[in-house]
Design a protein around this ligand. Sequence first.
Ligand code: SDX
Length: 393
Amino acid sequence: QADVFTYDPGFTSTAACDSTITFIDGEKGELLHRGYPIDQLASQSHYLEVCYLLLYGELPSATQLEEFETLVTRHTMIHEQMHNFFRGFRRDAHPMATMVGVVGAMSAFYHDSTDINDDHQREVASIRLIAKMPTIAAMAYKYSIGQPFVYPRNDLDYASNFLNMCFSVPAEEYQANPILSRAMDRIFTLHADHEQNASTSTVRLASSSGANPFACIAAGIACLWGPAHGGANQACLEMLKEIGTVDRIPEFIARAKDKNDSYRLMGFGHRVYKNFDPRAKVMKQSADEVLELLGVDNNPILQVAKELERQALEDPYFAEKKLFPNVDFYSGIILEAMGFPTSMFTPIFALARTVGWISQWKEQLADPQLKIGRPRQLYLGETRRDYVDIENR
Ligand code: SDX
């Protein structure tokens, strides 16, 4: 029986679903994936191993991990005819628009993995999505900047392959840097899954109608795009750039505190975390590491971010409202330092979250009792009344 909780005066609701995948303790600032703390996974594991854990419930043996990584590596190419889909978009289309379209279109190409009642097809669809999402995201980026697509390579690890597909050009191959690849992989891990957030609930709701996996994941991508959710990483960096200098921070904090102003600090606050977002802590350490490596640790945007965090955390308003930096606060700084435009921040979030969406989709299909039932409402509209002809209105 799902826990019942009350979150509005007199309005009670039941939990959306049961799950065994991810646990969040908002008060303690704790995030566990199948029981393992996110800070340990981010520092000691790597993204494809975390994918295995989320999908199958246990850390893999060396043999299991090698087989899984080989399977993913050998499915990173997309159907050649899908390249035409990209060319149907305007060059200035947001890469998230392209990803929603292309991922949804996968159901028009991979017919042999759309039957949700076939265990094998579910497994094939899962591997295809995890393997191909970096390729699709990189192609969306290349298309948006007018550069030729770069094919995936089997001699590169997951993160290095993505960076290579984004930054190599025919005239000059991208020189993979192990520290940047590690930072990219860590960003994937920190975004892998997060319980019943809006986009995951969207995927579960779409799945409850029996929609095919590609349609369900496309729905999740569309939901993640919003600035209150996955789009916050792009909105946060744009906010930090708008602030520009440390001396303008008080002006923006005042706006965020003004009840007559709907302005919110992007990258701050969370529906569940009321202490701190454990992912933000790891992301902040990674930002220092990457920017120092790239010799831009004096980056003014990083200074603004750190000073904004310091001032906000010292401000009684934010303490009272329990507002802390979330996963999106520092990620954009790292991604921009790596060379990504802000328009690629949310596609990278979507790429990383695919394994979480897929794991929760599979969990729901495996046990119909976990289905998100059809949500009900609290009806506050008109009571029954009879139709009135227009001449009598
Ligand atoms: C993600 O669900 C997930 O797990 C999502 C995610 C994931 O991994 O999937 O963690 C990823 O989406 C992180 C959140 C990214 N979004 C942003 O950074 C956008 C800015 N933050 C917000 O818009 C906001 O904090 C939310 C949407 C995240 C949470 O909104 P809530 O539930 O309204 O926040 P709350 O209940 O904690 O708010 C309490 C108060 C409110 O004031 P009162 O109405 O009580 O007077 O704090 C205020 C809010 O107005 N508030 C903010 C604020 N966030 C909340 N005030 C200023 N700046 C902010 N950022």
